[in-house]
Design a protein around this ligand. Structure first.
Ligand code: DX5
Length: 224
C-alpha cells in the first residue's frame, strides 16, 4: 500500500492547523514536519512547538524530519512533543546507532535520511534497526525543487538490500514528488511518498492532488 505524506513546508504558515486537518480529511496517511536549523540546511522553519500544537489536531501519525545538527540534541524534545516517527540524517550525527537506539527508547519509530550525494552503503550497519529509510530526492532545505533522477538508483539499492535481508521497512522519498515522478519512484521501490508543493499548491485541491499521486503510483504497481 503506497502512503502519501504531505510535508507542511509548502503549507500556509498562517493556517497550519487548518491545513493539517484538511489534508487528513483528504486522505493523507501521515504528515511530515520539516524541521530546519539554518545550519544543516540553508533554511530555518519549525521547532518543537509546531509538533506540540499540531499533535492534538489530527489523528494520523506525525513524522518530524530533523534537518538539524547534531541530530541527537533534538530527538528527545520532538519525541516528547508528540512526533510518532523521528527522522534524522545520517550526515547529521557522529553516533547514528546510539541516536536510533535513543529514538526507540523513547517509544518512537526511527527513520534515517540520506542526502542525494550520500551513498546507500552508509546505512549498511543500521538498516536492520530502523523502521524507515528516507531517500532525499532533492537537496534538503526548500520545497518546489526539481526531482534529482540519479536518486532512483539509490531507491532501487535500498529496496534490494531490504529484500536480501528479508526486512519490511518503509522506503520513503521526499522532494520533487508529483504525478510524473511518483510513478518512477514507486517503480524503483519507494512505498511512502512525501509531497509538499504537489499537494499544497495544487489548484485542484488536496483531495484530488492526493488521489492523483496515489493513482499514478498504483498505476505503476500494476505495470499500467
Ligand atoms: C525539502 C523538504 C521536503 C519538501 C518537499 O527539504 O524536506 O519535504 O518540503 O517539497 P516538494 O514536494 O515541493 O519538493
Amino acid at each position: 500500500m503506497i502512503k502519501i505524506v504531505p510535508s507542511i513546508l509548502s503549507a500556509d504558515f498562517t493556517r497550519l492547523g487548518e491545513q493539517a486537518k484538511a489534508v487528513e480529511a483528504a486522505g493523507a496517511d501521515r504528515i511530515q514536519i520539516d524541521v530546519m536549523d539554518g545550519r544543516f540546511v540553508p533554511n530555518i522553519t519549525f521547532g518543537v512547538q509546531a509538533v506540540q500544537r499540531l499533535r492534538p489536531l489530527v489523528r494520523i501519525p506525525l513524522e518530524a524530519h530533523l534537518m538539524v545538527e547534531p541530530a541527537e540534541d533534538f530527538i528527545e524534545r520532538f519525541a516528547k512533543a508528540g512526533a510518532d516517527t523521528i527522522i534524522i540524517h545520517q550526515e547529521a550525527t557522529q553516533h547514528l546507532h546510539r541516536a536510533v537506539e535513543h529514538i526507540h527508547l523513547l517509544g518512537k519509530q526511527a527513520g534515517v535520511a540520506l542526502n542525494p550525494a550520500t551513498p546507500v552503503a552508509m546505512l549498511s550497519e543500521i538498516l536492520d534497526r530502523v523502521e524507515m529509510v528516507l531517500i532525499m530526492t532533492v537537496n534538503p532545505g526548500f520545497g518546489g525543487q526539481a526531482f534529482i533522477p540519479d536518486t532512483l538508483r539509490k531507491i532501487r539499492q535500498v529496496r534490494a538490500q531490504l529484500q536480501q535481508r528479508g526486512r519490511t521497512c518503509d522506503v520513503e522519498v521526499d522532494g520533487g514528488i508529483n504525478r510524473q515522478t511518483a510513478a518512477r519512484v514507486v517503480e524503483a521501490g519507494a512505498d511512502v511518498l512525501v509531497a509538499g508543493s504537489a499537494i499544497f499548491d495544487a489548484p485542484e485541491g488536496y483531495l484530488a492532488a492526493i488521489e492523483e499521486l496515489r493513482s499514478s503510483a498504483a498505476n505503476t504497481r500494476h505495470g499500467g
